[in-house]
Design a protein around this ligand. Structure first.
Ligand code: PMV
Length: 348
């Protein structure tokens, strides 16, 4: 489909003189899947929250046509020029694979607005990257907004979602739209493949501790693992699918009523199902058990599993204890909450 300004719902502003472009920083929230990962691949519902930890993209114009990128978190830097990539920091292969999606974002935005400028791009994340917290999508979302703002054009959230989703397709071969959507719009979403997204009105404070195992994992491998198990034991897994659906339906009631105790129980049951699917691992189990022992209302893995992150729900007065227990068990914890704020411009 040809992408045009009209199809993206965007409007050029009056003044677009590159001489006056200033640097811009935009940010977008990371996410946590509270319920339904893996089952969502087979059509069941999932509940996702945007969290108050953000990913930042800073964009500055250059005098030349180079697209220069630096990621402090990944220790990678390099630039694209005349169709070639030159690494400056880290492995060339890794840098190119991480920066290719960002190049696509920039090219798409520049093409739509008929601009051709070189840029310096700095990305930074307040949460671990490649750990199931949606940072790759959040970078693409923030970068789309930052480049749009630099060009002084108003890019609608729908347009930001579409452009960042294209970038996600390079990162994950068949990504769901969950990550770019939650990062663009913020808040809490119910997602199901056949019905799409429904924003959830969650008034209750949902205090969470996320623990990073430090174990990098491939989401694709975990999804494939579940696919094999499902083929082998379809009768059993079908019952688990039904249970996962029930968990989400009950969780919707608990979120609406602010019933944290029920929410915690449901997280524990959801984790048992994920464990049954074979996507937990020792590193996750250590942190999950430590969090529960320290008084968490519930804890589960979040995202694809096989490492990555776990999430615990705890009353405010227990957050510190739960964090410490996760830390003692070898994880990297941080306290977080839902944020309603999606992508935003931080200022020039
Ligand atoms: O680890 P993440 O955040 O990439 O989440 C993967 C979620 C799965 O349900 C396992 C896969 C998917 O595409 O929904």
């Amino acid at each position: 489909m040809a992408t045009t300004q009209a199809s993206l719902g965007t409007q050029p502003c009056a003044s677009r003189n590159s001489d006056v472009y200033m640097g811009v920083t935009a940010s977008a929230p990371a996410k946590v899947i509270l319920f339904g990962e893996h089952f969502v691949v087979y059509g069941e519902p999932a509940i996702v929250l945007a969290i108050d930890k953000r990913v930042y993209a800073k964009v500055e114009p250059r005098q030349d046509k180079r697209l220069h990128l630096h990621s402090a978190n990944l220790n990678l830097a390099g630039y694209f020029e005349d169709g070639f990539f030159q690494v400056e920091q880290g492995s060339a292969k890794e840098a190119k694979s991480k920066f290719d999606p960002l190049k696509l974002v920039v090219e798409n935005v520049l093409e739509i607005y008929g601009e051709d400028v070189g840029l310096d791009i700095e990305v930074d994340s307040a949460v671990p990257v490649a750990a199931g917290l949606g940072t790759s999508a959040a970078v693409a979302v923030a970068l789309t907004a930052a480049v749009g703002s630099l060009l002084k054009v108003k890019v609608s959230k729908e347009a930001i979602l579409r452009i960042s989703y294209e970038a996600e397709k390079i990162v994950h071969s068949t990504p769901s739209e969950i990550d770019p959507t939650i990062s663009t719009f913020g808040g809490a979403l119910l997602f199901q493949t056949d019905t799409g997204f429904k924003p959830l009105d969650v008034k209750a404070d949902v205090p969470l501790v996320i623990g990073y195992t430090g174990v990098q994992r491939s989401a694709r491998a975990q999804v494939a693992k579940v696919q094999n198990t499902k083929k082998k034991y379809s009768g059993v897994i079908d019952h688990m699918m039904k249970a996962a659906r029930e968990i989400v339906l009950k969780a919707l009631d608990a979120l609406r009523d602010g019933d944290l105790e029920a929410l915690g129980d449901l997280m524990n049951i959801n984790h048992a199902l994920l464990y049954g699917l074979g996507v937990s691992d020792e590193s996750l189990e250590w942190l999950i058990n430590a969090a529960r022992k320290a008084g968490a209302l519930g804890a589960k893995l979040t995202g694809a599993g096989g490492g990555g992150c776990m999430v615990a729900l705890a009353e405010n007065e227990r957050l510190e204890q739960v964090s410490e227990a996760i830390q003692r068990s070898g994880g990297s914890p941080f306290v977080t909450r839902k944020t309603d704020e999606g992508v935003r411009i931080e200022g020039s």
